[in-house]
Design a protein around this ligand. Structure first.
Ligand SMILES: Cc1cc2nc3c(=O)[nH]c(=O)nc-3n(C[C@H](O)[C@H](O)[C@H](O)COP(=O)(O)O)c2cc1C
Length: 145
């Protein structure tokens, strides 16, 4: 069984809800998922030892939250090359945070990414629960091809 670390940043909890649903999808695929608030990631060691990673932040003012930027600098110190990765987060009308997290994981960390970030306005709108579950399952199927 592979282990996936799901780290989320949030202001008003929508991204936390999406994180929990992605984790459920990972578990549905027979893998373990650990969900962590970005504020609990203080050291590189907090990020080490997983087979896959999903990082999420909402978009505010066209950006990811500062706490997620800080965590990505921490993640730079961990060797994530070749590990399975996904990105997610709530948004209102634009998806800069989700796109930038995804691109950082792909281009800088050289991770084995899903086919794109999960772009949801919230977990409860427009089939969000199903889409978040499916995204988790997609991460799971990359871990167990
Ligand atoms: C002050 C403010 C600025 C925002 N800026 C953006 C933005 O630039 N692009 C966007 O798509 N949504 C924007 N939003 C909407 C949030 O991304 C949306 O409410 C999201 O669900 C919040 O997620 P969270 O509950 O995980 O914090 C903004 C919301 C607020 C209150």
């Amino acid at each position: 069984m592979a282990r996936v670390l799901v780290v989320y940043a949030t202001r008003t909890n929508s991204t936390q809800e999406i994180a929990e649903l992605v984790a459920e999808g990972i578990r549905f695929s027979g893998n373990e998922a650990v969900v962590v608030d970005v504020k609990e990631t203080k050291n590189a060691a907090d990020l080490e030892g997983y087979d896959g990673y999903a990082f999420g932040s909402p978009t505010y003012h066209g950006e990811m939250l500062q706490s997620m930027k800080t965590m990505l600098f921490l993640a730079e110190k961990v060797n994530l090359e070749g590990k399975v990765g996904g990105a997610f987060g709530a948004h209102g009308w634009s998806t800069e945070a989700q796109d930038r997290i995804y691109n950082t994981m792909k281009e800088i960390f050289k991770m084995d990414m899903t086919r794109g970030p999960l772009l949801l306005k919230s977990a409860s709108l427009g089939g969000g629960v199903q889409m978040a579950h499916d995204y988790g399952k997609e991460i799971g199927s990359k871990l167990n091809p």
